[in-house]
Design a protein around this ligand. Sequence first.
Ligand SMILES: *[C@@H]1O[C@H](CO)[C@@H](O)[C@H](O)[C@H]1NC(C)=O
Length: 338
Amino acid sequence: MAPWTKPTLVSFWLLSLCSITLAGVHHMSYLQLISPQAASGLPKRLQVMRVNDLVLSVYDSNTRRQAPRNGYIPGNQESQQFWNARTAGCLAWDSWVETEYQGLVREMNASSPKAEPYYMQILKTCELDDATGAVRAVTRYSLNGEDLLQHQTDQNRWFSVHPAAWRVAERWNRGGETSAMLNHLPLQQCRFWMERSVPFTTQKTAQPSVHVVFVPETQDRQQRLICHVTGFYPRDIEVTWERGGQVALGEQLTSGIRPNGDPTFQIQVSIELGQEGVSPAEHVCVVRHSSLGDAPLRMTWDSQATGQPGILVIVSVCILALLGIGALGWYLRRKPGE
Ligand SMILES: *[C@@H]1O[C@H](CO)[C@@H](O)[C@H](O)[C@H]1NC(C)=O
C-alpha cells in the first residue's frame, strides 16, 4: 500500500508539527533542477517558487519565461511589466547556472568518475518570522542527491559539503554581490518576495474533508481504522485518534502530509485496535486545521452510514430482488389479458 511505505510514528510527527505551528512563520522556497539534456516534457532548467507551500511561479528554459501559477498577482504592480522584469532576472540565472553546472560536474566527475548522467538540484529556502521580523535563508546545491555546497545567511559564506566542491565554494565566497544574486537568496530579496506574496497565500484556504475506513484483521495485521483527510490548504494540520475524550491508546501511524497535485494536501492516520472488546465506533478521528477555526472536525466510523458495506450490499440486493419479483408478478398478471 503506497501511502504507508514510510510510516512514521505519530509522536515524531507531532513534534515536527509543533515546530511548524509556532504561529506566524512563513516560508518560501525556490526549487531549481538542472538536467544534462532536455528530455520530453522536462526542460533542461526549471525553477519553481513556492510561498507557504503554494506554487506561485514557474520558469523553464524551454519557454524562457517566468509565469504566475494559482492565480498569483504580486501586490498592485503592473502585471505584464512585472513578469517581464522577472523573466529578465531568470534569463540571467539561466545562463549563469548552466556554466556553474558544467563546472561542478567536471569537479565531481574528476574526483569519482561516473558513467550515469548528472542532475543538479538547488534548493533555496527562507523563513520570515512575523513576530520578530527575522529572516533566515539556507541554500543547498546537490548532484544526483549528493550534497555539494551549502550557504547560510547567518554565516554569510559558502561551505563545501563535498570535498570536490571546495574550489567552487572559494570562488563563490570571493564573488560578492553579483554572484550572490544568482547563487543564493539574499535576505533583502527574500523579504521583498515575502512581503509581496504572503498576504496572497494567507487568503487561500481550503477545508479538509474526512473519511474513516475500518480495515478488518488479517493474518499479519491487527484490525485498524484509517482516517483519510484530504483537500486542505494550508499544509499544516493535526490529525489524532481519540477515545473517551483522550488521545487513544494504540499505535497511530501517519502517511505524512502529501500534495494532491492541486494546491491542496492530504494525510492518512491509522490506529491499530489491538485489544479485545474495543469497538471501532468508540474512536474519533479529530482534525484541527486553520480553516476550521477553533472547532475541530470529529469523525467516527459510523456503523450505520458508512461502516458496513456488507450490509449495504445485502440491503441493495434485497431491494433489487423485491423490485424484480414485483415486476415479474406484474408481467405474469398482465400476460393473460393480452
Ligand atoms: C565522467 O568521467 C568518465 C571517465 O573519465 C567519462 O567517461 C564520463 O563521460 C564523464 N562524465 C561526464 C558527465 O563528464
